[in-house]
Ligand binder design. Structure first.
Ligand code: PHE
Length: 345
């Protein structure tokens, strides 16, 4: 019987000597097993009653040696591991490990283009003017020289607020022209970005809401040449320094003369043929000299001042630059689509 107990103690000693300690968790397991208040060695002291009297002393001695070996090993590793982790934490930290990536959001493609346009015009002294999306008939149409019977006023094109013939969702950012001219004295040099609404059937090419940027410059002696040069500057900043533009005569009620500006996109591949309908030219904006009637409607003397205005859509430019083929993707808030623009500023 006695020798069996001696063997048992011996096995505990061997086990504790062989116990592998590498991390704080290992040390804690060792402590619980051999040093803590309910450790295995303590239990063995209880066995002393089973040892023959003449060997009791020897047994006690052996147990004390085992106890000491456990304590020494524990203290040795405790010191060592605490030294490694700076004594702060139980877990050793690798300060050279790369951090977890912080997920970044992405800008909406419409915002990306909008911001680029704003910065281009800010560099030549235009300031941003933002105005309401719910407008009244006067600012959206009447002040802009749009006759009562103009088809744009038709219920088909304009969203009117319920039971109202006066309040509507603005159909273009030109309404900002009227708001600014009524409240500011020339020289006026603003660009007005924002949402506009038209009652159109939604398809891959058109939507009932989209964005425009309006430009307005009013001062003494502003000429069509100023308009042309400003637009050429814009086109070359936006589409590359060698970009050509052309102005085609057009009609808007609020400008006289009026034009549409195309930029030369090129005909290098099949996509270019499709996008430009085989011409190589892309229509980007409408523009013209502010009609004297508009100046007068807004309290600016057309005999003293003149000015130009232009307005352009944003979605189409965003679609061209990012090869987006369906305008609806810009309004669906599908993060799988939007994530593709992360990192683009
Ligand atoms: N408001 C016009 C449109 O929505 C664009 C435009 C703005 C044309 C300013 C001329 C001058 O199509």
């Amino acid at each position: 019987m006695s020798s069996e107990i001696f063997d048992k103690v011996q096995r505990v000693l061997t086990a504790l000597q062989e116990q592998n300690i590498e991390r704080a968790q290992d040390l804690e397991a060792f402590r619980v097993k051999y040093v803590g208040s309910k450790n295995e060695i303590k239990a063995l002291f209880g066995e002393i009653k089973n040892v023959a009297n003449e060997r009791k002393k020897e047994f006690g001695q052996l147990l004390n040696d085992v106890k000491q070996a456990a304590e020494e090993k524990y203290n040795h590793w405790k010191e060592k591991l605490e030294g490694e982790s700076g004594g702060e934490d139980d877990i050793a930290i690798d300060l050279t490990a790369p951090t977890a990536a912080i997920p970044l959001g992405s800008r909406h493609p419409v915002s990306i283009i909008l911001n680029r346009i704003i910065h281009i015009f800010e560099r030549i002294g235009f300031t941003v003017a933002e105005e309401r999306e719910i407008e009244d008939d006067w600012h959206n149409f009447t002040a802009m020289n749009t006759p009562e019977d103009h088809p744009a006023r038709d219920m088909q094109d304009t969203f009117y607020l319920k039971d109202s013939t006066n309040e509507l969702l603005r159909t273009h950012t030109s309404s900002v022209q009227a708001r600014i001219m009524k409240n500011q004295k020339p020289p006026i040099r603003i660009i007005a970005p924002g949402r506009v609404y038209r009652n159109e059937t939604i398809s891959s090419r058109s939507h009932c809401q989209f964005h425009q940027v309006e430009g307005l410059y009013i001062d003494k002696d502003v000429s069509f040449a100023d308009l042309k040069q400003t637009l050429l500057y814009f086109a070359r900043e936006m589409y590359g320094p060698k970009t050509d533009i052309r102005l085609r005569p057009s009609f808007f009620p609020f400008t006289e003369p009026s034009a549409e500006m195309d930029v030369y996109w090129g005909l290098n591949n099949e996509d270019d043929y499709r996008i430009t309908k085989g011409t190589g030219w892309l229509e980007i904006l409408g523009c013209g000299m502010v009609d004297p009637n508009v100046l007068e409607n807004c309290g600016i003397d057309p005999d003293v001042y003149s000015g130009f205005a232009f307005g352009m859509g944003i979605e189409r430019q965003a679609m061209l630059q990012h090869k987006i083929t369906d305008i609806r993707q810009l309004f669906q808030n599908d993060t799988r689509f939007l994530k593709q623009f992360s990192g683009v500023i």
